[in-house]
Design a binder for this molecule. Structure first.
Ligand SMILES: [Mg+2]
Length: 323
């Protein structure tokens, strides 16, 4: 790839995403030059997606481009940050220009939608893997953290849960003909929607927030640990989509909603005194918000049914390096 690396960067990556005035120098030099706004903290995150580990190796290239950026924008959303810049490190088995064109299409569409400029990157040859680093701004002292949930706070999630886990099962079945419900679930897996505007709206409202990459049980667990509290979640309230209900039996839907990864919805906690704000936030952002439980003293997550009996779900969250 060495001979054509510079051509590929010129043809496909220079100027990808939005044009922004705070980019003093973008793709093409040894480093980008960027001008963060006064009074704002820079939120910075990075995420690597490896084919066969984080996404199916046969996923459409446009979806890989979309998702590689989306998972980072989701992290920024969980901090209440406004996305601005991204860098991309792409490792490819070969310089397949059709694949690259499609990848940059998926990446570029999402970047422009969220006013993100690609400001630098790197191309190399090897097993397919994509690293994206994203930066955004959040007014100093206003970022959403994981550590301020308090007993009595309500626990909310956005959107619907478990779709991506069911979408992955469908993708692995390799069905030749897909009905509309299956296609929707697979799109939830391949093209997650980062809840950027919701994250921004939750500043000054939520006491803690996280995005759901590894599944509700595990990710809410990070809030509980960070805040030194426990929580009770009513599994009968977990928002499950209609396509999920059509595809899987109720129990499988519940397990996917409680522990399935890759949904990239937000989970957050809100004190009683601010609950009245949520209807307006839901309508301004157009995102469904569901109260699923309550923070309580102690530690750990209790999954129960509406009548208080234990849910008895097998909900291991996804972990690397453990069996
Ligand atoms: Mg995250």
């Amino acid at each position: 790839m060495a001979a054509s690396e510079f051509d590929l960067i010129r043809d496909y990556f220079t100027g990808l995403g939005s044009r922004r005035e705070d980019v003093l120098l973008g793709v093409g030099d040894d480093a980008a030059l960027l001008q963060p706004p006064e009074g704002q903290a820079v939120a910075l995150c990075v995420d690597t997606m490896v084919a066969g580990v984080h996404f199916p190796g046969d996923a459409p290239a446009a979806s890989v481009g979309h998702k590689a950026l989306a998972v980072n924008l989701s992290d920024l959303a969980a901090m209440g940050a406004e996305p601005a810049w991204a860098t991309l490190s792409l490792t490819l088995p070969d310089a397949d220009e059709r694949w690259i064109a499609s990848f940059t299409h998926g990446f570029g569409d999402l970047a422009r939608y969220h006013n993100v400029a690609l400001v630098g990157g790197d191309l190399s040859r090897g097993p397919l893997s994509v690293s994206v680093q994203a930066a955004g701004f959040v007014p100093r002292g206003r970022a959403l953290r994981r550590r301020r949930a308090r007993p009595g706070d309500a626990v909310f999630v956005s959107g619907t849960l478990g779709d991506a886990a069911l979408g992955l099962a469908l993708w692995q079945e390799q069905r030749a003909t897909l009905d509309a419900d299956s296609a929707w679930l697979i799109a939830r897996l391949h093209q997650p929607t980062p809840r950027v505007s919701l994250g921004r709206e939750l500043r000054g409202c939520a006491t803690a927030a996280i995005d759901l990459s590894d599944g509700l049980a595990q990710d809410l667990g990070h809030i509980l640990q960070g805040s030194g509290v426990g929580a009770v979640v009513d599994v009968d309230r977990l928002p499950v989509s209609e396509p999920a209900r059509h595809y899987a039996v109720a129990r499988r839907c519940l397990e996917a909603a409680a522990a399935g990864g890759d949904d990239y919805e937000l989970c957050f906690t809100v004190p009683r005194t601010r609950l009245h704000r949520l209807d307006a936030i839901a309508s301004r952002t157009g995102v469904r918000l569901t109260r699923i439980g309550t923070i309580e003293p102690g530690q750990g997550l209790r999954l129960v049914h509406g009548d208080g009996t234990p849910a008895g779900l097998q909900v291991p969250g996804y972990r690397h390096f453990t069996s």
